[in-house]
Write a protein that binds this ligand. Structure first.
Ligand SMILES: NC(=O)C1=CN([C@@H]2O[C@H](COP(=O)(O)OP(=O)(O)OC[C@H]3O[C@@H](n4cnc5c(N)ncnc54)[C@H](OP(=O)(O)O)[C@@H]3O)[C@@H](O)[C@H]2O)C=CC1
Ligand SMILES: O=C(O)CCC(=O)C(=O)O
Length: 523
């Protein structure tokens, strides 16, 4: 039930801050009820409770923490009808997409339950003492410990999978960190329903109430205060480059700076190599149109920059035919719609850019699909052409030859994904490009597009700056837990005082590296 209440300390209550309403982007109307924003006292209370809950929560057994994550997934499934209906109204996203996103959300909670139960993420290492050695070696044991309370900013474009009970919340809770969510004002009701599902799971599993909180605010004050609070140990964020950089600056200026895992801006270059273009240029163009327009292009993995060797006429023909038939779809918020329109207008007005094709015109907050084109010389003349236009807008850049394409790649900023469309005859060229792609992006994919990130063990959803603030990590997949951990060594610590996974009897049966030899999970 959506009441517009903050969730703090296991209780739901109205905030004393400024109230706001959710917005229906399809109808262009506000939606009841009022969401009472948090104030700075609420920030202090939520952070205090999270800090107080930390020791008890991090001491939970692996089994208890895994069961907690599963309980959240079950509660979300129990509330699915209400969750999906509210998310549909608040975001304008179609039911099938939201249903899939809910499956992804519960799936990632269950993935982390498995990761926690297994215990391999603790990366336990034991180097027994070598008293006979000269000089003698102490007994040294390593385990990863959680960082502390984590602030999670819900993302506007994934109201379930990157929001209140989304990936950052799941990975931080899995690591043993309490979570305080700053809900995105684009879908506050969805956030409240999901937040209540988490809060219920906290109570059902007998965990301290400070393990989870959810705060609303239509402005930036509460998010900034949460990031600055000395009890907060890390931040997870998905959104604009401006927002992510502002939070990174706040975190860096604290007396004790903390990591901000910000996923920000990416144009996800797509390389069209000559063999692939000759073999199936038109089909690639059609597939590209689908990836570009998916979810109104509101994906950080959206293919915004296409680099082709030569004229790529078949690709253009395929893309043109498909895009001209694509109906416009509602974008998430008036702000995102306005930013998209401004970005598209700037490209339309740019002297060096021409529009290849646009989709059907929309009304209200609907976004119209666009494909523009320019040459590599144009891009060099105005490097701002590669800046992200968030939405279904792509820029096709025609390169003179492979060297020209490689030189353009050198100039690009860090990316979440890089896609290569290649036939076997292109592999020698692709081989020469791979070292650059490995330095450029978090994920390299062949003959596909980066939208629709798989949640699995091997996924990296990250990338060098400014794709993310810290390219050494991922926000999706099992490895995301590592962002909220740090290694601690125990030297000659009595067995009674060691974490259980470091004791000789290893009661939870976690995999360990003992005197240089990796052991398997014992369960
Ligand atoms: N690359 C990507 O994955 C994505 C990029 N975007 C980009 O972001 C634009 C705006 O979309 P939106 O999703 O609202 O992203 P924003 O970055 O504007 O906002 C994301 C969240 O961060 C908060 N926030 C933003 N700036 C600050 C700040 N200086 N201090 C504290 N908190 C802050 C916002 O609060 P509040 O809203 O309350 O102000 C919101 O909760 C889009 O047009 C698009 O360009 C958006 C989504 C994903
Ligand atoms: O493409 C996806 O599945 C995820 C994209 C994403 O992380 C985002 O758009 O913020």
């Amino acid at each position: 039930m959506v009441k517009g209440e903050l969730l703090i300390g296991g209780e739901a209550r109205y905030g004393a801050g400024e109230a706001f309403k959710a917005f229906d982007p399809t109808l262009g109307t506000e939606i009841a009820p009022d969401f009472a924003g948090a104030n700075l006292d609420d920030v202090r209370i939520a952070c205090g409770l999270a800090a107080a809950a930390f020791d008890e929560y991090r001491a939970t057994s692996l089994e208890d923490r895994a069961a907690f994550l599963e309980a959240i997934a079950e509660n979300l499934e129990r509330d699915a009808d209400e969750l999906l209906a509210r998310a549909g109204v608040e975001t304008g996203l179609p039911p099938a997409r939201l249903k899939g996103e809910l499956g992804r959300t519960t799936g990632q909670l269950r993935l982390f339950a498995r990761v926690v139960r297994e215990g391999a993420y603790l990366d336990v290492r034991i180097d027994h003492a070598l008293p006979e050695r000269t000089p003698p070696r102490s007994d040294i044991r390593l385990i990863h410990q959680p960082l502390g309370p984590v602030v999670v900013f819900g993302a506007s474009n994934f109201p379930l999978a990157f929001s209140a009970a989304g990936g950052d919340t799941a990975s931080a809770l899995a690591a043993g960190c309490p979570v305080i969510v700053k809900a995105h004002p684009a879908h506050p009701g969805t956030s409240e329903i999901a937040g209540r599902a988490v809060m219920r799971a906290v109570a059902e599993r007998g965990l301290p109430a400070g393990v989870f909180a959810l705060l609303f605010d239509k402005g930036i004050e509460i998010g900034a205060a949460l990031t600055a609070d000395p009890r907060v140990a890390a931040v997870g964020f998905t959104g604009s480059r401006r927002g992510g950089e502002a939070l990174m600056a706040i975190a860096a200026k604290r007396p004790r700076p903390i990591p901000v895992y910000a996923e920000m801006s990416s144009v996800n270059p797509v390389l069209l190599l000559p063999g692939a273009l000759a073999e199936r240029g038109e089909a690639i163009g059609k597939a590209f149109a689908g990836a570009l327009s998916l979810g109104s292009g509101q994906f950080c993995t959206n293919p915004g920059l296409i680099l082709a060797i030569g004229e790529a006429d078949d690709f253009v023909a395929g893309a043109r035919a498909a895009i001209s038939e694509i109906a416009p779809t509602t974008m998430l918020t008036p702000g995102i719609h306005a930013a998209y329109r401004a970005g598209v207008s700037a490209l339309n007005d740019h002297a060096r850019v021409s529009c290849v094709v646009q989709g059907a015109e929309g009304e209200g907050l609907q976004g119209q699909v666009h494909l523009f084109t320019a040459t590599s010389a144009d891009l060099r003349a105005d490097p701002r052409l590669v800046e992200e236009v968030f939405g279904a807008s792509g820029l096709l850049v025609r390169c003179q030859d492979a060297d020209d394409m490689a030189a353009l790649l050198e100039d690009l900023e860090g990316q979440l994904t890089a896609s290569v469309h290649a036939a076997p005859s292109d592999y020698p060229l692709a081989r020469t490009l791979m070292p650059r792609l490995e330095k450029l992006a978090g994920r390299i994919l062949f003959n596909g597009f980066g939208t629709g990130v798989e949640v699995c063990d091997a996924m990296v959803h990250g990338g060098p700056y400014p794709a993310t603030g810290d390219g050494r990590s991922t926000s999706v997949g099992a490895l995301a837990i590592a962002r909220f951990l740090r290694p601690v060594s125990y030297q000659d610590v009595p067995a009674e005082l060691l974490p259980t996974a470091l004791r000789e009897d290893n009661p939870e049966g976690v995999a360990r590296r003992i005197d240089g030899v990796q052991t398997a999970v014992i369960r």
